[in-house]
Ligand binder design. Structure first.
Ligand SMILES: Nc1ncnc2c1ncn2[C@@H]1O[C@H](COP(=O)(O)OP(=O)(O)OP(=O)(O)O)[C@@H](O)[C@H]1O
Ligand SMILES: [Mg+2]
Length: 406
Protein backbone atom coordinates (compact mmCIF):
# COMPACT_ATOMS: atom_id res chain seq x y z
CA UNK A 1 0.00 0.00 0.00
CA UNK A 2 1.29 3.49 -0.82
CA UNK A 3 2.22 5.85 1.92
CA UNK A 4 0.33 8.80 3.32
CA UNK A 5 1.57 12.32 2.58
CA UNK A 6 0.66 14.89 5.20
CA UNK A 7 1.01 18.54 4.21
CA UNK A 8 0.48 20.98 7.03
CA UNK A 9 0.42 24.79 6.87
CA UNK A 10 2.79 24.89 3.89
CA UNK A 11 3.78 28.26 2.39
CA UNK A 12 6.12 29.01 -0.50
CA UNK A 13 7.42 32.30 -1.86
CA UNK A 14 10.02 33.37 -4.38
CA UNK A 15 11.39 36.66 -3.08
CA UNK A 16 8.37 38.88 -2.47
CA UNK A 17 6.07 36.71 -4.59
CA UNK A 18 3.91 34.43 -2.47
CA UNK A 19 3.06 31.37 -4.56
CA UNK A 20 0.68 29.79 -2.03
CA UNK A 21 0.28 29.93 1.71
CA UNK A 22 -0.98 27.72 4.50
CA UNK A 23 -1.70 24.69 2.32
CA UNK A 24 -2.95 21.77 4.40
CA UNK A 25 -4.03 18.43 2.99
CA UNK A 26 -3.47 14.71 3.36
CA UNK A 27 -2.99 12.39 0.41
CA UNK A 28 -4.53 9.14 1.66
CA UNK A 29 -2.38 6.04 1.05
CA UNK A 30 -3.02 4.32 -2.25
CA UNK A 31 -5.69 6.78 -3.37
CA UNK A 32 -5.63 8.89 -6.52
CA UNK A 33 -5.84 12.62 -5.95
CA UNK A 34 -6.03 15.40 -8.54
CA UNK A 35 -4.83 18.98 -8.08
CA UNK A 36 -6.53 21.58 -10.25
CA UNK A 37 -5.91 25.29 -10.59
CA UNK A 38 -5.44 28.01 -13.17
CA UNK A 39 -2.05 28.35 -14.83
CA UNK A 40 0.57 29.93 -12.63
CA UNK A 41 -1.11 29.09 -9.32
CA UNK A 42 1.88 27.02 -8.27
CA UNK A 43 0.84 23.43 -8.96
CA UNK A 44 4.25 22.45 -10.33
CA UNK A 45 5.90 24.31 -7.45
CA UNK A 46 3.76 22.23 -5.09
CA UNK A 47 4.85 18.94 -6.69
CA UNK A 48 8.49 20.02 -6.59
CA UNK A 49 8.07 20.88 -2.90
CA UNK A 50 6.67 17.42 -2.20
CA UNK A 51 9.82 15.77 -3.55
CA UNK A 52 12.09 18.24 -1.77
CA UNK A 53 13.35 19.97 -4.93
CA UNK A 54 12.01 23.28 -3.58
CA UNK A 55 11.98 24.35 0.07
CA UNK A 56 8.82 25.97 1.42
CA UNK A 57 9.47 28.62 4.09
CA UNK A 58 6.75 27.48 6.48
CA UNK A 59 4.89 24.30 7.30
CA UNK A 60 5.60 20.58 7.20
CA UNK A 61 5.47 17.73 4.70
CA UNK A 62 5.44 14.50 6.67
CA UNK A 63 6.15 11.23 4.86
CA UNK A 64 6.76 7.99 6.81
CA UNK A 65 7.37 10.07 9.94
CA UNK A 66 9.95 12.42 8.39
CA UNK A 67 9.30 16.14 7.88
CA UNK A 68 11.08 16.59 4.56
CA UNK A 69 11.00 20.39 4.83
CA UNK A 70 13.45 20.32 7.73
CA UNK A 71 15.23 16.96 7.53
CA UNK A 72 18.89 16.40 6.61
CA UNK A 73 19.94 15.95 2.98
CA UNK A 74 20.77 12.35 3.79
CA UNK A 75 17.25 11.65 5.10
CA UNK A 76 15.69 13.52 2.18
CA UNK A 77 17.65 11.29 -0.22
CA UNK A 78 16.08 8.24 1.46
CA UNK A 79 12.53 9.63 1.37
CA UNK A 80 12.95 10.63 -2.29
CA UNK A 81 13.38 6.97 -3.20
CA UNK A 82 9.70 6.53 -2.33
CA UNK A 83 8.73 8.85 -5.19
CA UNK A 84 8.22 8.39 -8.88
CA UNK A 85 7.73 11.66 -10.74
CA UNK A 86 6.38 12.23 -14.22
CA UNK A 87 7.46 15.78 -15.03
CA UNK A 88 5.41 18.10 -17.24
CA UNK A 89 7.62 17.50 -20.30
CA UNK A 90 8.58 13.86 -19.66
CA UNK A 91 12.17 15.04 -19.00
CA UNK A 92 13.84 12.27 -20.99
CA UNK A 93 17.50 12.46 -21.99
CA UNK A 94 17.47 13.19 -25.73
CA UNK A 95 20.65 11.27 -26.52
CA UNK A 96 19.64 8.05 -24.74
CA UNK A 97 17.31 5.46 -26.19
CA UNK A 98 14.12 4.61 -24.30
CA UNK A 99 15.64 1.54 -22.65
CA UNK A 100 18.56 3.53 -21.22
CA UNK A 101 16.30 6.40 -20.20
CA UNK A 102 14.04 4.05 -18.27
CA UNK A 103 16.99 2.13 -16.82
CA UNK A 104 18.66 5.36 -15.65
CA UNK A 105 17.25 5.51 -12.07
CA UNK A 106 18.12 1.84 -11.53
CA UNK A 107 21.72 2.36 -12.66
CA UNK A 108 21.97 5.57 -10.64
CA UNK A 109 20.31 4.54 -7.37
CA UNK A 110 20.72 0.77 -7.08
CA UNK A 111 23.45 -1.82 -7.35
CA UNK A 112 21.36 -4.17 -9.48
CA UNK A 113 23.07 -6.13 -12.24
CA UNK A 114 22.28 -5.59 -15.93
CA UNK A 115 20.20 -8.78 -16.20
CA UNK A 116 17.88 -7.65 -13.43
CA UNK A 117 17.77 -4.10 -14.76
CA UNK A 118 16.71 -5.50 -18.13
CA UNK A 119 13.95 -7.55 -16.52
CA UNK A 120 12.59 -4.56 -14.59
CA UNK A 121 12.80 -2.13 -17.53
CA UNK A 122 11.00 -4.52 -19.87
CA UNK A 123 8.34 -5.22 -17.24
CA UNK A 124 7.63 -1.48 -16.85
CA UNK A 125 7.74 -0.91 -20.61
CA UNK A 126 5.17 -3.63 -21.01
CA UNK A 127 2.99 -2.03 -18.32
CA UNK A 128 2.84 1.23 -20.27
CA UNK A 129 2.57 -0.40 -23.71
CA UNK A 130 6.05 0.41 -25.05
CA UNK A 131 7.45 -3.04 -25.75
CA UNK A 132 9.35 -2.98 -29.04
CA UNK A 133 10.36 0.66 -28.73
CA UNK A 134 13.45 0.07 -26.55
CA UNK A 135 15.94 1.33 -29.14
CA UNK A 136 14.04 4.47 -30.16
CA UNK A 137 15.36 7.89 -29.22
CA UNK A 138 12.94 10.34 -27.57
CA UNK A 139 13.09 12.53 -30.68
CA UNK A 140 11.85 9.66 -32.85
CA UNK A 141 8.61 8.94 -31.00
CA UNK A 142 5.29 10.71 -30.49
CA UNK A 143 4.41 12.90 -27.52
CA UNK A 144 2.14 10.20 -26.13
CA UNK A 145 4.94 7.64 -26.26
CA UNK A 146 7.31 10.08 -24.54
CA UNK A 147 4.77 10.51 -21.72
CA UNK A 148 4.50 6.76 -21.33
CA UNK A 149 8.29 6.40 -21.36
CA UNK A 150 8.46 9.06 -18.62
CA UNK A 151 5.87 7.07 -16.70
CA UNK A 152 7.82 3.81 -17.11
CA UNK A 153 10.91 5.59 -15.80
CA UNK A 154 8.89 6.91 -12.84
CA UNK A 155 7.90 3.30 -12.04
CA UNK A 156 11.23 1.45 -12.09
CA UNK A 157 12.09 2.05 -8.43
CA UNK A 158 8.68 0.68 -7.35
CA UNK A 159 7.54 4.00 -5.92
CA UNK A 160 5.05 4.34 -3.07
CA UNK A 161 4.04 7.82 -4.24
CA UNK A 162 3.72 8.90 -7.87
CA UNK A 163 3.40 12.54 -8.89
CA UNK A 164 2.15 13.33 -12.39
CA UNK A 165 2.56 16.87 -13.69
CA UNK A 166 0.05 17.28 -16.52
CA UNK A 167 0.47 13.76 -17.90
CA UNK A 168 -2.19 14.54 -20.50
CA UNK A 169 -0.92 17.84 -21.89
CA UNK A 170 -0.27 17.78 -25.61
CA UNK A 171 -2.14 14.52 -26.16
CA UNK A 172 -5.19 14.02 -28.36
CA UNK A 173 -8.46 13.12 -26.59
CA UNK A 174 -8.20 9.42 -27.44
CA UNK A 175 -4.67 9.20 -26.06
CA UNK A 176 -5.82 11.05 -22.93
CA UNK A 177 -8.53 8.41 -22.50
CA UNK A 178 -5.93 5.64 -22.84
CA UNK A 179 -3.59 7.39 -20.43
CA UNK A 180 -6.39 7.82 -17.86
CA UNK A 181 -7.16 4.12 -18.09
CA UNK A 182 -3.45 3.36 -17.75
CA UNK A 183 -3.27 5.47 -14.57
CA UNK A 184 -6.25 3.66 -13.02
CA UNK A 185 -4.82 0.28 -14.09
CA UNK A 186 -1.43 1.14 -12.59
CA UNK A 187 -3.05 2.16 -9.35
CA UNK A 188 -4.87 -1.17 -9.21
CA UNK A 189 -1.62 -3.03 -9.86
CA UNK A 190 0.74 -1.20 -7.50
CA UNK A 191 -1.61 0.46 -4.93
CA UNK A 192 0.68 3.50 -4.67
CA UNK A 193 -0.43 7.00 -3.67
CA UNK A 194 -1.01 9.13 -6.78
CA UNK A 195 -1.19 12.91 -7.17
CA UNK A 196 -2.04 14.20 -10.63
CA UNK A 197 -1.88 17.82 -11.72
CA UNK A 198 -4.10 18.31 -14.73
CA UNK A 199 -6.08 20.86 -16.70
CA UNK A 200 -8.16 18.14 -18.28
CA UNK A 201 -11.65 18.26 -16.78
CA UNK A 202 -12.51 14.80 -18.13
CA UNK A 203 -9.56 13.40 -16.21
CA UNK A 204 -10.54 15.29 -13.07
CA UNK A 205 -14.10 14.00 -13.26
CA UNK A 206 -13.37 10.34 -13.94
CA UNK A 207 -9.99 9.36 -12.49
CA UNK A 208 -9.46 10.59 -8.91
CA UNK A 209 -10.77 9.67 -5.49
CA UNK A 210 -10.00 13.16 -4.20
CA UNK A 211 -9.77 16.58 -5.82
CA UNK A 212 -8.17 19.80 -4.66
CA UNK A 213 -7.93 23.24 -6.20
CA UNK A 214 -5.40 26.03 -5.89
CA UNK A 215 -6.62 29.57 -6.53
CA UNK A 216 -5.34 32.97 -5.49
CA UNK A 217 -2.49 31.61 -3.45
CA UNK A 218 -4.75 29.32 -1.43
CA UNK A 219 -5.83 25.72 -1.47
CA UNK A 220 -9.51 26.51 -1.77
CA UNK A 221 -10.70 22.91 -1.49
CA UNK A 222 -9.38 19.44 -0.99
CA UNK A 223 -11.41 16.34 -0.27
CA UNK A 224 -13.44 13.47 -1.72
CA UNK A 225 -14.22 13.98 -5.41
CA UNK A 226 -17.91 14.44 -4.68
CA UNK A 227 -17.23 17.68 -2.79
CA UNK A 228 -15.67 19.55 -5.69
CA UNK A 229 -17.82 17.93 -8.37
CA UNK A 230 -21.05 19.04 -6.67
CA UNK A 231 -19.71 22.42 -5.57
CA UNK A 232 -21.52 25.55 -6.69
CA UNK A 233 -18.60 27.80 -5.86
CA UNK A 234 -18.17 30.27 -8.73
CA UNK A 235 -14.48 29.51 -9.17
CA UNK A 236 -15.05 25.74 -9.22
CA UNK A 237 -18.01 25.97 -11.61
CA UNK A 238 -16.10 28.31 -13.90
CA UNK A 239 -13.14 25.93 -13.99
CA UNK A 240 -15.21 22.78 -14.54
CA UNK A 241 -17.27 24.45 -17.26
CA UNK A 242 -14.30 26.20 -18.89
CA UNK A 243 -16.12 29.56 -18.85
CA UNK A 244 -14.66 33.01 -19.29
CA UNK A 245 -17.11 34.46 -16.82
CA UNK A 246 -16.18 34.10 -13.17
CA UNK A 247 -13.40 34.87 -10.76
CA UNK A 248 -10.61 33.40 -12.93
CA UNK A 249 -9.20 35.87 -15.45
CA UNK A 250 -6.59 35.60 -18.19
CA UNK A 251 -3.93 36.79 -15.77
CA UNK A 252 -5.62 35.03 -12.85
CA UNK A 253 -6.16 38.28 -10.96
CA UNK A 254 -9.61 39.28 -12.11
CA UNK A 255 -11.30 42.10 -10.29
CA UNK A 256 -14.01 40.77 -7.94
CA UNK A 257 -16.57 43.35 -9.12
CA UNK A 258 -16.02 42.43 -12.76
CA UNK A 259 -16.34 38.72 -11.96
CA UNK A 260 -19.62 39.34 -10.12
CA UNK A 261 -21.05 41.38 -13.00
CA UNK A 262 -20.12 38.65 -15.51
CA UNK A 263 -21.68 35.95 -13.39
CA UNK A 264 -24.86 37.96 -12.98
CA UNK A 265 -25.04 38.41 -16.79
CA UNK A 266 -24.40 34.70 -17.29
CA UNK A 267 -27.15 33.71 -14.86
CA UNK A 268 -29.50 36.11 -16.64
CA UNK A 269 -28.74 34.24 -19.87
CA UNK A 270 -26.67 37.01 -21.43
CA UNK A 271 -23.80 34.86 -22.70
CA UNK A 272 -23.03 31.27 -23.48
CA UNK A 273 -19.68 31.77 -21.85
CA UNK A 274 -18.09 28.52 -22.96
CA UNK A 275 -16.50 29.50 -26.25
CA UNK A 276 -14.04 26.78 -27.03
CA UNK A 277 -15.18 24.74 -24.07
CA UNK A 278 -13.02 23.16 -21.43
CA UNK A 279 -10.39 20.54 -22.12
CA UNK A 280 -11.70 17.06 -21.64
CA UNK A 281 -15.37 18.03 -21.76
CA UNK A 282 -16.75 20.23 -19.04
CA UNK A 283 -19.66 19.88 -16.78
CA UNK A 284 -20.46 19.64 -13.17
CA UNK A 285 -22.02 16.75 -11.32
CA UNK A 286 -20.83 13.25 -10.66
CA UNK A 287 -19.95 10.82 -13.42
CA UNK A 288 -18.84 7.23 -12.74
CA UNK A 289 -15.21 6.76 -11.82
CA UNK A 290 -13.04 4.74 -14.20
CA UNK A 291 -12.51 1.15 -13.14
CA UNK A 292 -9.47 -1.02 -13.86
CA UNK A 293 -9.49 -2.97 -17.10
CA UNK A 294 -11.26 -6.33 -16.65
CA UNK A 295 -8.80 -9.02 -15.62
CA UNK A 296 -6.70 -6.66 -13.50
CA UNK A 297 -6.95 -6.65 -9.71
CA UNK A 298 -9.54 -4.37 -8.14
CA UNK A 299 -8.27 -1.10 -6.69
CA UNK A 300 -7.72 -1.83 -3.02
CA UNK A 301 -7.92 1.90 -2.31
CA UNK A 302 -11.61 1.92 -3.19
CA UNK A 303 -12.72 -0.02 -0.12
CA UNK A 304 -10.32 1.80 2.17
CA UNK A 305 -11.60 5.10 0.82
CA UNK A 306 -15.20 4.11 1.40
CA UNK A 307 -14.48 3.49 5.08
CA UNK A 308 -12.50 6.70 5.35
CA UNK A 309 -15.10 8.87 3.61
CA UNK A 310 -17.99 7.40 5.59
CA UNK A 311 -16.19 8.42 8.77
CA UNK A 312 -16.02 12.05 7.67
CA UNK A 313 -19.36 12.02 5.84
CA UNK A 314 -21.10 14.23 8.39
CA UNK A 315 -18.46 16.93 7.92
CA UNK A 316 -19.08 17.23 4.17
CA UNK A 317 -21.53 19.58 2.43
CA UNK A 318 -25.04 18.09 2.02
CA UNK A 319 -24.78 17.80 -1.79
CA UNK A 320 -21.57 15.78 -1.45
CA UNK A 321 -23.12 13.64 1.30
CA UNK A 322 -26.06 12.86 -0.96
CA UNK A 323 -23.81 11.97 -3.90
CA UNK A 324 -21.71 9.66 -1.73
CA UNK A 325 -24.65 7.90 -0.10
CA UNK A 326 -26.41 7.51 -3.45
CA UNK A 327 -23.30 5.88 -4.90
CA UNK A 328 -23.41 3.08 -2.31
CA UNK A 329 -25.22 -0.17 -2.90
CA UNK A 330 -28.17 -0.95 -0.65
CA UNK A 331 -26.00 -3.44 1.25
CA UNK A 332 -23.31 -0.83 1.76
CA UNK A 333 -25.87 1.68 2.97
CA UNK A 334 -27.04 -0.87 5.51
CA UNK A 335 -23.47 -1.65 6.50
CA UNK A 336 -22.73 2.02 7.17
CA UNK A 337 -26.15 2.71 8.68
CA UNK A 338 -27.17 5.34 6.14
CA UNK A 339 -29.83 5.48 3.47
CA UNK A 340 -30.26 7.54 0.38
CA UNK A 341 -32.98 9.88 1.44
CA UNK A 342 -32.09 13.48 1.10
CA UNK A 343 -32.60 14.15 -2.58
CA UNK A 344 -33.02 11.19 -4.88
CA UNK A 345 -34.78 8.59 -2.77
CA UNK A 346 -37.36 10.18 -0.54
CA UNK A 347 -39.23 7.97 1.91
CA UNK A 348 -42.89 7.91 0.82
CA UNK A 349 -45.22 10.06 2.88
CA UNK A 350 -47.75 7.64 4.37
CA UNK A 351 -50.16 9.83 6.28
CA UNK A 352 -51.04 13.48 6.66
CA UNK A 353 -49.38 13.56 10.05
CA UNK A 354 -46.16 12.32 8.54
CA UNK A 355 -45.56 15.81 7.28
CA UNK A 356 -45.50 17.22 10.76
CA UNK A 357 -42.13 17.86 12.28
CA UNK A 358 -38.80 17.58 10.56
CA UNK A 359 -38.07 14.65 8.31
CA UNK A 360 -35.63 12.29 10.02
CA UNK A 361 -32.09 13.06 9.06
CA UNK A 362 -30.77 10.12 7.06
CA UNK A 363 -27.23 10.64 8.25
CA UNK A 364 -25.61 13.17 10.52
CA UNK A 365 -25.40 16.69 9.15
CA UNK A 366 -23.51 19.27 11.07
CA UNK A 367 -24.64 22.83 10.71
CA UNK A 368 -21.61 24.42 12.25
CA UNK A 369 -18.65 22.47 11.08
CA UNK A 370 -15.28 22.43 12.74
CA UNK A 371 -12.31 22.63 10.43
CA UNK A 372 -12.33 19.43 8.44
CA UNK A 373 -10.25 17.68 5.88
CA UNK A 374 -12.13 18.83 2.84
CA UNK A 375 -12.55 22.48 3.72
CA UNK A 376 -10.33 25.23 2.48
CA UNK A 377 -7.64 24.95 5.02
CA UNK A 378 -6.24 28.40 5.32
CA UNK A 379 -9.60 30.04 5.91
CA UNK A 380 -8.14 33.26 4.61
CA UNK A 381 -10.60 33.78 1.79
CA UNK A 382 -12.65 36.79 2.62
CA UNK A 383 -15.87 38.20 1.30
CA UNK A 384 -13.75 40.30 -1.06
CA UNK A 385 -12.65 37.15 -2.87
CA UNK A 386 -16.18 36.07 -3.62
CA UNK A 387 -18.43 37.75 -6.16
CA UNK A 388 -20.45 40.55 -4.64
CA UNK A 389 -23.68 39.34 -6.25
CA UNK A 390 -26.37 38.23 -3.82
CA UNK A 391 -26.54 34.45 -3.51
CA UNK A 392 -29.50 32.75 -5.06
CA UNK A 393 -32.30 31.95 -2.61
CA UNK A 394 -31.53 28.83 -0.67
CA UNK A 395 -27.98 28.74 -1.90
CA UNK A 396 -25.29 28.90 0.71
CA UNK A 397 -22.09 30.75 0.27
CA UNK A 398 -19.75 27.81 0.16
CA UNK A 399 -16.39 29.34 0.96
CA UNK A 400 -15.90 28.04 4.41
CA UNK A 401 -13.72 29.90 6.79
CA UNK A 402 -11.65 28.46 9.53
CA UNK A 403 -13.97 27.95 12.42
CA UNK A 404 -16.82 26.81 10.24
CA UNK A 405 -18.59 29.97 9.11
CA UNK A 406 -20.63 29.21 6.01
N1 LIG B 1 12.40 28.45 -9.50
C1 LIG B 1 11.55 29.50 -9.53
N2 LIG B 1 11.98 30.74 -9.23
C2 LIG B 1 11.16 31.79 -9.22
N3 LIG B 1 9.84 31.73 -9.53
C3 LIG B 1 9.35 30.52 -9.86
C4 LIG B 1 10.18 29.34 -9.87
N4 LIG B 1 9.41 28.28 -10.23
C5 LIG B 1 8.17 28.77 -10.41
N5 LIG B 1 8.12 30.10 -10.20
C6 LIG B 1 6.92 30.95 -10.27
O1 LIG B 1 5.91 30.35 -9.49
C7 LIG B 1 4.64 30.56 -10.08
C8 LIG B 1 3.91 29.25 -10.17
O2 LIG B 1 4.55 28.45 -11.15
P1 LIG B 1 4.12 26.95 -11.48
O3 LIG B 1 5.01 26.48 -12.58
O4 LIG B 1 4.09 26.16 -10.24
O5 LIG B 1 2.62 27.16 -11.99
P2 LIG B 1 1.57 26.05 -12.47
O6 LIG B 1 0.38 26.17 -11.59
O7 LIG B 1 2.26 24.74 -12.54
O8 LIG B 1 1.19 26.58 -13.92
P3 LIG B 1 0.87 25.74 -15.28
O9 LIG B 1 -0.54 25.24 -15.12
O10 LIG B 1 0.95 26.78 -16.34
O11 LIG B 1 1.88 24.65 -15.42
C9 LIG B 1 4.90 31.27 -11.40
O12 LIG B 1 4.66 32.65 -11.22
C10 LIG B 1 6.36 31.01 -11.67
O13 LIG B 1 6.93 32.06 -12.40
MG1 LIG C 1 2.84 23.47 -14.06
Amino acid sequence: MGVEVVVDGLSKSFGKQTIWRDVTLTLPPGEISVLLGPSGTGKSVFLKSLVGLLKPEHGRIVITGTDIVRCSEHKLYDVRKLFGVLFQDGALFGSMNLFDNIAFPLREHTKKGEAEIRRIVLEKMEMVGLIGAEKKLPGEISGGMRKRAGLARALVLDPEIILFDEPDSGLDPVRVAYLNQLIVDLNAQIDATFLIVTHDIGTARTVPDNIGMLFRRELVMFGPREVLLTSTEPVVEQFLMGRREGPIGMSEEKDAGQAAAELAALRAGGSSGTLGGPKGGGGTGIVPQLEPTPGLPIRRAVERRKDRVMQILHTLPPTAQDAIVNSLTREEQQHYGVFAGATQVQPPVQTATANHGPRPTPYPRTADLPQTEWQPQSGALTADDAPAAAPEPGRKRGWLRRGGEK
